[in-house]
Design a binder for this molecule. Structure first.
Ligand code: KG4
Ligand code: ZN
Length: 333
């Protein structure tokens, strides 16, 4: 079995995955949404202190599995440096105490493996990764070969939902709340423009759309419930239209064998609906993760670690480095 640890942002999570059949045997996650909601975004130092409390608590529950462990896996990049340190220090301590090899796992590759919990992998695979830190279109040959087809020039898809939510006075993380409000709103009420409409560039951009919403919010003296729903619906329509437009452009001349959507924002059913229609037009199946594995979790890290273990991708105590990117992941207050 492999014990895996995730602490790249504001979720403390540990999983136990069995090597022989890739089965997830134990999985627990403690989220910090309530604590960060007070500040309207993730506060890295607070997140680190909360990991220091939550991770040992979860670890205690995994003690019965210790005798069967063959490796310790941990997210070591990308993420908030101060929170990654919490998971990586715990992984190194366990590796020393239990005399087990270490596996460093890339968080984004981990998200791809959220599609394969309890399952065999199916590659090649094209991926839309939509999270709070990233918006990427990827062509995945296997764990080793991942080609970046497009990425965001500024804000990420999930981050734009969080920032629009903040303008509307909604709590963090706003993604699921905006999706729920959008269901009650008129998506044609506000005519926001699709980003990069005139550009041939293969990229995503959300800061312009965010500013369009800001101007719209500022133009209303009093935001009643129906106006908030209409803004959410109109914003979500354009945010998804932009994703779909760029995706269609990227695959105009490219065949797709199978397409997967991963990351926290892949839980959005409006987005999933549009991707289903696109995949049907390309005659490719759409792979989605179970809702509980869309947002950050250690189960996906453990599943990725199974493949890394089988390929002998071990690292030493000294070589296991943290590569944070707080610029990408920190949601400004
Ligand atoms: O993958 P994740 O848990 O953390 C990162 O690695 O960033 O993604 C969290 C992001 C947040 O920005 C959150 O607002 C967004 O995913 N999100 C959503 C939805 N559920 C979560 N965005 C849009 N619609 C949703 N239903
Ligand atoms: Zn993530």
């Amino acid at each position: 079995m492999i014990l895996s640890i995730e602490s790249s942002c504001d979720d403390s999570s540990i999983a136990i995955t069995r090597l022989s059949d890739k089965k997830l045997l134990f999985h627990k996650k403690i989220s910090q949404d309530a604590e960060h909601a007070l500040y309207g975004g993730v506060v890295p130092e607070l997140a680190a202190r909360l990991h220091a409390l939550a991770l040992p608590k979860i670890l205690e529950e995994t003690k019965p599995y210790f005798q069967d462990l063959k490796a310790i896996a941990v997210t070591n990049e990308p993420g908030l440096s101060v929170t990654l340190v919490e998971g990586v220090s715990m992984a190194k301590a366990l590796s020393v105490a239990l005399n087990l090899p270490l596996l460093g796992i890339n968080h984004l590759v981990g998200h791809i493996y959220s599609l394969f919990i309890d399952k065999e992998t199916t590659f090649p695979l094209d991926i839309l990764l939509v999270s709070g830190g990233h918006t990427q279109l990827l062509h995945v040959k296997n764990l080793e070969h991942i080609e970046l087809l497009a990425t965001t020039m500024d804000d990420s898809f999930g981050e734009s939902f969080d920032k629009v939510g903040k303008m509307l006075g909604l709590p963090y993380p706003a993604g699921p709340i905006i999706e729920a409000y959008a269901r009650k709103g008129n998506e044609k009420k506000f005519d926001f423009t699709i980003p990069l409409l005139a550009s041939k560039q293969m990229a995503f951009s959300y800061s312009g759309l965010k500013n369009q919403v800001r101007l719209c919010v500022e133009a209303h003296e009093n935001l009643d419930e129906q106006t908030i729903c209409d803004i959410c619906a109109s914003f979500q329509r354009i945010a998804v239209a932009h994703l779909m437009r760029q995706i269609k452009k990227a695959y105009k001349e490219r065949a797709i064998e199978r397409f997967g959507v991963v990351g926290g924002a892949s839980a959005n059913l409006y987005l999933r609906g549009h991707l289903e229609a696109f995949c049907a037009s390309k005659k490719a199946p759409l792979l989605t993760a179970k809702m509980e594995f869309c947002s950050d979790n250690a189960a996906m890290i453990g599943r990725c670690a199974i493949d890394a273990y089988e390929q002998g991708k071990f690292t030493t105590l000294e070589a296991l480095k943290i590569r944070g990117s707080s610029k990408d992941m920190f949601i400004k207050k």
